[in-house]
Design a binder for this molecule. Structure first.
Ligand SMILES: [Zn+2]
Ligand SMILES: [Zn+2]
Length: 389
């Protein structure tokens, strides 16, 4: 009886999504973007912000991968206080106990680069609910500046170590968002690449192991050279993508005490991140973890949530087989009122991404209860070494 009711609730949830997504679909919107089609909708009018019943009933969980938008191109001042208030409000509505906020991955020499110190004071009032990770705007760009470096001189290494340790000393619970291959989704959104076995990545693994913190890593996987998939239309992406998996495995093997959380599992953008690939890597590397990013009704391949609103069987089986290796990380962007409507990538993503929270809850609801509790909270506590109240 319970299972019948459960199925009816899921079917209803899927139906509500259909309606919500259809209503929100803006003409010309590209559905495979970081959040899907939400451009132009006011947050309170965005249907995915009002989760269907099945999602509302989800268990408490932790979102390990979020971003605060501190400003937009129209803004003269940063507005992290408002973004922090916005994320707390959304967390309360979605039963999210804690969120880990991190600077977005930023390019070498970017004019507006920022790191965790930009938002630390804004999240301070929410101790126990908002935790910082850092590096995306400081040590990340330092690696991207010399993406194929085979070696790094002592002075540069020393500077890198000092900066990395300072991030943790300031209170960050790990490094993020780091990138090795990061495709551009918008013309105002950067493309990054560095070799995953870059000497500074290996060094970062050693620092992370020594300090017992994880590394959040964005790597759009590339198995063989080829063009970006057709839906990735940004002109910033190169004509041919550079393979990265063999070098990623070098990084994973370099220091087994370094926990690497590969961000955005189940949200394949290159058409290479299959459940089979994830299975092979999880089996080979005990220090590899994955945070799931779930886009409801994505038309793309290899997604953890199918277009019917059901978890893809191969991803569910993977989670059943590796129950300690998955967490939820929506990659949702949060902005205060003043940043809404801006044209900077962060402001655009803040409008597009509320549905990712809904997707996360729908996925959690479809897992066996023991597994759901692990993915929701207990895996997070083990990987990130934080206690969730
Ligand atoms: Zn990312
Ligand atoms: Zn991100």
């Amino acid at each position: 009886m319970t299972s019948v009711l459960h199925r009816i609730a899921l079917a209803l949830a899927a139906l509500l999504f259909l309606t919500a997504e259809a209503a929100a679909q803006a003409p010309g919107a590209r559905p495979g973007g970081p959040g899907g089609p939400q451009r132009g909708a006011r947050p309170e009018a965005a249907s995915p912000d009002a989760p269907p019943a099945a999602a509302r009933a989800a268990i408490p969980w932790v979102d390990v991968h979020t971003h605060l938008v501190g400003g937009g191109q129209r803004l003269g001042a940063q507005d992290y206080d408002a973004a922090a208030a916005a994320i707390i409000k959304a967390m309360d509505e979605a039963n999210v106990r804690a969120s880990f906020v991190m600077p977005t991955p930023q390019p070498a020499g970017g004019a507006g680069n920022y790191d965790q110190d930009a938002f630390l004071s804004a999240i301070k009032p929410y101790r126990g609910r908002l935790f910082a990770m850092g590096g995306g705007g400081s040590i990340g760009p330092m690696i991207l500046a010399q993406p194929d470096a085979g070696e790094v001189d002592d002075a540069r290494r020393e500077r890198f170590v000092t900066m990395a340790k300072a991030i943790l000393d300031a209170g960050a619970i790990g490094f993020g968002e780091m990138t090795v291959t990061h495709l551009s989704h918008l013309e105002q959104h950067s493309y990054h690449r560095a070799r995953p076995d870059h000497p500074l990545f290996l060094l970062l693994a050693d620092i992370a192991a020594q300090r017992d913190v994880p590394i959040d890593l964005h790597m759009d996987p590339v198995i063989e050279p080829g063009p970006a998939p057709a839906h990735m239309k940004s002109s910033r992406n190169p004509a041919t993508l550079v393979p990265n998996l063999a070098q990623f495995e070098v990084l994973l093997a370099h220091n087994r005490a370094a926990r690497i959380v590969w961000a955005h599992a189940g949200w394949d953008q290159t058409e290479h991140w299959t459940a089979d690939l994830a299975r092979r890597l999880l089996a080979a590397h005990a220090n590899l973890y994955m945070s799931l990013k779930v886009q409801p009704r994505s038309p793309l391949r290899n997604q953890a949530l199918g277009r019917d609103g059901q978890i893809a069987p191969e991803w569910k089986q993977l989670m059943v087989d590796f129950p300690d290796r998955f967490v939820m990380g929506t990659d949702r962007f949060y902005a205060g009122e003043n940043a809404a409507g801006g044209t900077a990538a962060g402001a655009v993503f803040a409008e597009r991404t509320p549905s990712l929270t809904v997707g996360a809850r729908i996925l959690l609801n479809q897992l066996p209860p023991d597994l759901a509790r692990k993915v929701a909270i207990s895996n997070v506590e083990k990987i990130y070494k934080v206690k969730i109240d």
